[in-house]
Write a protein that binds this ligand. Structure first.
Ligand SMILES: Nc1ncnc2c1ncn2[C@@H]1O[C@H](COP(=O)(O)OP(=O)(O)OP(=O)(O)O)[C@@H](O)[C@H]1O
Length: 347
């Protein structure tokens, strides 16, 4: 659900270059209040640059960044009231869990705390929030990766930031722990009501976590939508490509049915028949079967279209619908007309 109301963070035409490299190219982007926002982008798309500009570790070459409508670009990082959770957690290894969390309170630029009772109470409350009450005395090297992640989060949250930026926060965790931390991060954010901006290269993570998901490619926001809207109706080829669920190909492969440009059909919405056997009412293209891959409850079949485009079809093992396929053989791949997304112009 996209929440209506005021935005906590607004970027307007934000640009950043490094020499000849355009890292961000006129980014317009908003994060609403009380929202888990995922920012999905491939390596090199500008994700880290975007977070660094918001946090104030570097400044944009052009454009404006505002929090609750007040401009923050140009303002020193420590005066922006923004929390940052780094991929490697960046904890102080010689300090205990409690001291890591208390550090921000003692050293923050605005009104650092000196009252030990208040520091202790707020630290304990933050540790409780992330499910680590009772762990305060431990050294940060004597706890698990997931617990370190939660210490990093508590250290950020204890200062009550207006928004929390998370740079690939689950990247350092193993797969099981990652799934558990996904749920925990969402639950913690909901309890607090503060917006999170979570940067990731994983479409599964972005779609699972986000109330909204923004796709960043070539230094621009390609689409920002609720996860089901983005997944079901990507607005351009770039967004579709990032979802790892859509075949994107030249419309001309299907004859005249769709005119020019690129079209997309989801992996699970294509069917296969022997050449010439595609139902008349359904658009089709010819492609050669390359190989198959079992993936637990689903099976993937890979094809090469006549222009060289690689295509995938996913079959769910509980409801198999593909015939037996012979490697190196040509087939007709067909689909319903209303399964097609058609994109005009450049992505
Ligand atoms: N300090 C820098 N000097 C020169 N080029 C840079 C610098 N920082 C980033 N870039 C370039 O800007 C572009 C965006 O980089 P950025 O680190 O923001 O991408 P990213 O999406 O975070 O990638 P990754 O997921 O691999 O960390 C890339 O082409 C990168 O090479």
């Amino acid at each position: 659900m996209i929440k209506q109301g005021i935005d906590v963070l607004t970027l307007t035409r934000v640009g950043r270059r490094y020499g000849d490299t355009v890292a961000l190219d006129g980014v317009d982007f908003t994060v609403p209040e009380n929202t888990y926002m995922s920012l999905l982008g491939a390596s090199g798309s500008g994700k880290t640059t975007l977070l660094r500009l918001i946090a104030g570790f570097e400044e944009p070459d052009e454009g404006e960044i505002a929090i609750h409508g007040e401009r923050i670009d140009g303002k020193p990082s420590h005066l922006r009231d923004i929390g940052f959770v780094f991929q490697n957690f960046a904890l102080f290894p010689h300090l205990s869990v409690s001291e890591n969390v208390a550090f921000g309170l003692r050293h923050r630029a605005h009104a650092p705390l000196t009252n030990e009772t208040e520091i202790r109470d707020r630290t304990e409350a933050a540790l409780k929030l992330v499910g680590l009450d009772g762990f305060g005395h431990r050294g940060v090297s004597a706890i698990s990766g997931g617990q370190r992640q939660r210490v990093a989060l508590a250290r950020t949250l204890v200062c009550e930031p207006r928004i929390v930026l998370l740079d690939e926060p689950l990247g350092a965790l193993d797969a099981n722990l990652r799934a558990r931390m996904c749920d925990e991060l969402k639950a913690i954010r909901e309890r607090l009501g503060v917006s999170f901006l979570h940067v990731t290269g994983s479409e599964t993570e972005a779609l699972t976590m986000g109330d909204e998901v923004a796709v960043l490619a070539q230094g621009r926001i390609m689409q920002a939508d609720a996860p089901d809207t983005l997944f079901g109706a990507p607005r351009n080829a770039e967004s579709a490509r990032h979802l790892n669920a859509w075949n994107i190909f030249d419309a001309a492969l299907c004859g005249n049915a769709f005119g020019h440009g690129q079209i997309a059909v989801r992996f699970d919405q294509m069917d296969v028949t022997a050449i010439g056997n595609a139902p008349d009412a359904r658009p089709a293209l010819t492609a050669t079967y390359l190989t198959g891959e079992f993936n637990g409850p689903t099976a993937l079949s890979f094809f090469r279209a006549e222009d060289g485009t690689l295509l995938q079809i996913v079959d769910h093992l509980s409801q198999p619908r593909l015939p037996d396929l012979v490697e190196g053989t040509r087939y007709d791949l067909h689909f319903a007309s209303d399964a097609v997304r058609q994109f005009h112009g450049a992505a």
